[in-house]
Design a protein around this ligand. Structure first.
Ligand code: AMP
Ligand code: ZN
Length: 471
């Protein structure tokens, strides 16, 4: 598989550390508010990546954190803790906020057919691991204590800006508009590993540490949780592109300083979902959630389809008009699949070239829109209905658009007689096929009439019999 790697700034062949196994880490949500559909674009594309790696035969271990402490509103470690701000907004405790929005996140993810990672770890469950990692960084001379906080000393590294394709000047703390300087830092890009002092009202949750009562910085969470569950060698690290700097840059700095060797060779970043105000963001407010889409009558899977139609490395502009077009395409697709007969066995040899072109699309930097074209090619192809259904179900192991389920559910829903069940129809059709083979035309006609009375219309095609519910 060829993937664009932010580390290196080019498309590269993906080769995991250990043959056949992939260790994958995903930055989890900061649970101070609902995930918006921009956040969920990132999780949808990461889900496709994970499922495609599994489809391709890899044994995947995917680890994700839940950020329930330490993520400040400013990249320069001077902002307010987002969790505390969320708790104040809703007059609840930080832990109540964390629980509520963690559950909401997984409920939304479920509606979008996003698989749960194998390991999910909230930051607050790993405080001893964070303290141990910070202590090692202090012992190795990569960290220092100043003004009550422990900082990572970026001057100790040969190359801090590992994502060379980013403009170093723009990234300097204090140059960007959204950050202000912290005078305790020896170097502008140093970052906090452990806080005991904050410009803002302190965190509600604090833990004892060798540096005093405090709480971890956001970046240390992901390094420590990843190393705890995926070990010293991670294969691929994912996140939205805004995480590349400073979050992922800092993760690399501290993980490699801690481990004493290279840590993660592949960095997968999903570009942003934009609305008319620019990047959709929780802090700006006015964002769209899955529940809001549902309230407006949209099927969450239509939003998943919307995301898969464009490449993860291009910004995606959300408008309701665009989503409406996707809904139409999605419904048509389901209707076409619904017309396929469920009879017969798939022809696996005939299916193979279609699987190859589906794989070729995803092998080429996860080109999901081409993978969807491969799906439409199946529907247009000279293949039996059984082979088409087989291929659609096969591709949907990766796309997860619920295609077969939605088509079958639509057919069942459309049946005017609720007593009519699919199994009965299929059994009658099988009986009729046998009667025709026996040249028992009277029985065959009687069965056709019986089905007609049930509002089922038969279509005899060269690939066998298909049926549909009378319009
Ligand atoms: P957060 O909950 O803010 O920690 O973000 C969760 C994930 O969503 C991270 O991987 C972010 O990089 C990503 N993300 C944030 N905003 C957007 C957006 N507008 N489009 C796509 N991904 C985003
Ligand atoms: Zn992270």
């Amino acid at each position: 598989m060829i993937l664009y790697n932010t580390l290196g700034g080019e498309k590269q062949e993906f080769v995991p550390h250990e043959a056949g196994k992939v260790k994958m880490y995903t930055c989890g949500p900061t649970v101070y508010h609902y995930a918006h559909i921009g956040n969920l674009r990132t999780y949808i594309m990461e889900d496709v990546l994970e499922k495609y790696l599994r489809y391709d035969g890899y044994d995947v271990l995917r680890v994700m954190n839940i950020t329930d402490v330490g993520h400040l509103s400013s990249d320069a470690d001077t902002g307010e803790d987002k969790m505390l701000a969320g708790a104040k907004r809703e007059h609840k405790s930080v832990m109540d906020i964390a629980k509520f929005y963690t559950d909401a996140f997984f409920s939304d993810a479920d509606k979008l057919n996003i698989k749960k990672p194998d390991v999910i770890e909230p930051a607050t469950a790993c405080i001893p691991e964070f303290i141990a990692m910070v202590q090692t960084l202090m012992d190795k001379g990569y960290a220092y204590f100043a003004g009550g906080n422990v900082y990572f000393d970026t001057a100790k590294l040969d190359n801090y800006f590992v994502f060379g394709n980013m403009n170093e000047e723009e990234l300097q703390v204090g140059v960007r508009e959204d950050v202000s300087e912290d005078s305790n830092k020896r170097n502008k890009n140093d970052f906090v590993l452990w806080f005991t002092q904050s410009k803002f009202e302190d965190q509600a949750l604090k833990w004892e540490s060798p540096w005093g009562l405090g709480y971890p910085g956001w970046h240390i969470e992901c390094s420590a949780i990843s190393i705890k569950h995926a070990g010293e060698y991670l294969d691929i690290h994912c996140g939205g592109v805004d995480n590349a700097f400073p979050h992922h840059t800092n993760e690399i700095a501290q993980s490699e300083a801690f481990l004493g060797h290279k840590w993660c060779p592949y960095w997968f970043h999903v570009l942003h979902l934009l609305d008319k105000r620019g990047k959709m963001s929780k802090s700006k407010g006015g964002f769209l959630t899955v529940s809001l889409l549902e309230e407006k009558g949209y099927d969450p899977l239509a939003y998943r389809f919307f995301c898969l139609q464009s490449h993860y490395r291009k910004p995606l502009v959300f408008t309701f008009e665009n989503l409406d077009n996707t809904v139409q395409a999605y419904n048509k697709l389901i209707a076409r699949i619904g017309k396929l007969s469920r009879d017969g066995e798939p022809d696996l040899a005939a299916a193979k070239p279609y699987q190859d072109s589906f794989k070729a699309a995803l092998d080429n930097d996860l080109n999901t829109s081409l993978a969807i074209t491969a799906l439409y090619d199946v529907l247009k192809a000279e293949l039996s209905d059984a082979t088409k259904r087989y291929l659609i179900a096969d591709f949907d192991r990766v796309l997860s658009l619920g295609l077969i389920e939605a088509a079958d559910a639509k057919n069942a829903e459309a049946a005017p007689d609720a007593d009519v069940d699919v199994a009965k129809i299929e059994a009658l059709i099988a009986k009729r096929t046998q009667a025709r083979a026996d040249k028992d035309w009277a029985t065959a006609d009687a069965i056709r009439d019986e089905l007609k009375a049930m509002h089922i219309v038969l279509k005899d095609g060269k690939d066998g019999v298909s049926w549909e519910i009378e319009a």
